[in-house]
Write a protein that binds this ligand. Structure first.
Ligand code: HSE
Length: 417
């Protein structure tokens, strides 16, 4: 029998315990051995829980228990989780974690420390087996691009806003439904998606970047005007995590994105996640499913436990020898190129358009289309641009915002085609 200790018995922990019990026959058949959770670590022993396993508040009773084979870390957060996981690895336990923030900061150190199996399928896109797809299923490929809706809360908010609903009201609903992180800024600010993107990028490209190194923008500034514009011009607005190989550089970015409504990823609605991965051998592949919630996350955690019990031992990030053959580096944020949509609120005066066009041109930015919305309180100018560099558009935006005819900060959304 294989013995498991679970650190953090909340929604996901309880779902792991219940589903291991509910599906124990098929899990035993697949793993080849019986699997039993023998101990749980919690903060509060008095909290009522719907499970029946011995509980303790001291994680060392799990990480240092010679009887326990696999430690499952489900507490979330970075520092304490790092201390616990490191202790488990140093005590020769196999580890399973669902903790994306921990891996966004410490995956390369943990890979070095781990002499035992270390699995983390649930850390990205909950129930979708994207880690195993990328690390194992697509291991014959150079990965050209990863493009994903990897935060359910943002996708839920953007989907509901299309029905004309208000941002704050929908965010509150996402929190009540349990989709959002404890601090929802992680969701709406794009950080949760960034953590997940960094994990995927390290499998695809061996890039040891931290969240601070990459472009992260959230959905806080998207409003109904942008959503209406998107509809009118045949786009959807999605918060995407994008990892792209451009020559020998890797672009990593998370931001709201206009994508053509015919694209498959545009059709992903509500709290669901979807990830498109392009490989040089396979072409484009697509993965869709529930990215949050107790049961979907437990499905991924249990699959990791089964993989370890079977004796499969894929290298943690998918390579036994570093991928240096490709000599890839992280593309500096200011060099990233994209097309843009700009929404500029201005007073209706002679020469406004000429001035804006001049500023764009002098920053090397070519206008692709233009629309002037009839005057309500003020005039809305909507531009789309051809590809330009991050540093060029940011400079142009600053210069335009300084003009006395501009009423408020410019809204912009990147376009992916
Ligand atoms: N808050 C996350 C989301 C949960 O909304 O996708 C899963 O990581």
């Amino acid at each position: 029998m294989v013995k498991i200790g679970i650190i953090g018995v909340g929604t996901v922990g309880e779902a792991v315990i219940k589903n291991l019990e509910k599906n124990k026959e098929i899990i035993k058949a697949r793993a080849g051995k019986e699997i039993k959770v023998v101990k749980g670590v919690v903060k509060n022993l008095n909290k009522k829980r719907d499970i029946n396993i011995p509980l303790t508040t001291n994680y060392k009773e799990v990480t240092q228990d010679p009887e326990i084979d696999i430690v499952v870390e489900l507490i979330g957060g970075v520092d304490k989780a790092y201390e616990i996981v490191k202790d488990a690895l140093l005590n020769n336990k196999a580890v399973v974690t669902a903790n994306k923030a921990l891996l966004a900061y410490h995956r390369f150190e943990l890979q070095k420390i781990a002499k035992t199996p270390f699995e983390y399928e649930a850390s990205v896109a909950g129930g979708i087996p994207i880690i195993k797809a990328l690390r194992d299923g697509l291991s014959a490929n150079h990965i050209l691009e990863i493009k994903g809706i990897i935060n359910g809360t943002c996708n839920y908010i953007l989907t509901e806003m299309k029905k004309g609903r208000n941002y704050q009201e929908v965010l509150k609903e996402a929190q009540e439904k349990g989709y959002a992180e404890a601090n929802p800024t992680f969701d709406v600010g794009g950080f949760d998606a960034a953590h997940k993107l960094l994990i995927l990028a390290s499998i695809a490209y061996n890039i040891d970047a931290k969240p601070e190194d990459i472009l992260i923008e959230g959905i806080e500034n998207i409003n109904l005007t942008d959503i209406e514009f998107a509809k009118e011009f045949g786009y959807e607005i999605k918060l995407l995590g994008i990892a792209k190989k451009v020559k020998n550089q890797i672009e990593l970015r998370v931001h709201p994105t206009l994508i053509k409504k015919e694209e498959m990823i545009s059709k992903v609605e509500g709290v669901m996640n979807a990830i498109s991965v392009k490989g040089d051998v396979v072409g484009e592949t697509m993965y869709y499913g529930p990215g949050a919630g107790g049961n979907p996350t437990a499905s991924a955690v249990i699959s990791d436990i089964i993989e370890i019990v079977r004796g499969n031992n894929s290298p943690m990030l998918g390579y036994k020898i570093p991928l240096e053959i490709e000599n890839l580096s992280l593309k500096p944020i200011e060099e990233i190129e994209s097309k843009y949509y700009l929404r500029i609120a201005v007073n209706d005066k002679i020469g406004v358009l000429e001035k804006i066009a001049h500023i764009l041109a002098s920053n090397n930015i070519s206008i692709a289309s233009f629309l002037q919305k009839p005057k309500e309180k003020y005039v809305k100018l909507l531009f789309s641009t051809h590809k330009c560099k991050e540093k060029e558009i940011k400079k142009a935006i600053k210069e335009i915002e300084k003009q006395e005819f501009v009423i408020k900060p410019i809204n912009y959304i990147r376009i992916e085609e």
